[in-house]
Design a binder for this molecule. Sequence first.
Ligand code: AMP
Length: 280
Amino acid sequence: VKVVRTIRALREMNLPDVGFVPTMGALHEGHLSLMRRARELTGSVVVSIFVNPTQFGPREDFSAYPRDEEKDLDLAREIGVDVVFAPTSEEMYGPTSTWVEVEGLSDIWEGASRPGHFRGVATVVSKLFNIVKPGKAFFGLKDFQQCVVIRRMVEDLKMDVELHFEPTVREHDGLAMSSRNVYLSPEERRAAPTLCAALNDAATVLQSAVSEASLVEDVLGKSRQALVFRGFDVDYFELVDARTLEVVRALSVDAWLIAAARLGRTRLIDNRAVFDNSFF
Ligand code: AMP
């Protein structure tokens, strides 16, 4: 694996048929599954490792975010990644006055709790697409709203890249893998899989239900209660339309369950389709 730190050096490589996996490092199986998929589908695999400062709020964990480049490079090497692009913030931003804002989709759910987050994400992904020029780019459905925002951006700005959204990779007990799981105390770690279990339980009930608004409301209410009972501070647990992210009470193929909840100082997010043959 070749480590490249400058935009110029990456451009000079002129890689053919690029599959691109953007990450913030601290790589785990979730990231690796995206890299394997890129390896399967494309000729040259480029992985970026860049902890993007502009997607962190002032009170978020930018400086504490886990970083382990040596280990990340070993993992990338094992998978047969061709290039790891690991630029500095200066290289990516310098003095900058241009931002990419995906209106509407960026202000709700994660965006409501984390103002400016998706502006940072959309901007850095745009920059990375311009630098890496991928034919295909790979994202994890773990960050569901991010997938929706990026898809909208690519459509709106007519970007010439094929997006691939891949399933969430989980621990054996169902907890969605995340670089931030290392923040959980042992007790919190034991409670954490309840988030995934609550989503699965809600989906099961909804699948077998007649589409009725009061029932949906009831299922969501019980799910929130189950999480609170297990010590979560629930930010949202909702049924939304996967295209618009608007709250829905009808059970169509686009119905998607999304959730965010805090255990102590760690905020966990997770989601799942209600039906298998869903939109993504
Ligand atoms: P991050 O390093 O957290 O910015 O994530 C980089 C990419 O990996 C994003 O597309 C994430 O959605 C994806 N990702 C993170 N965790 C998982 C997971 N557990 N399963 C699948 N993809 C994931």
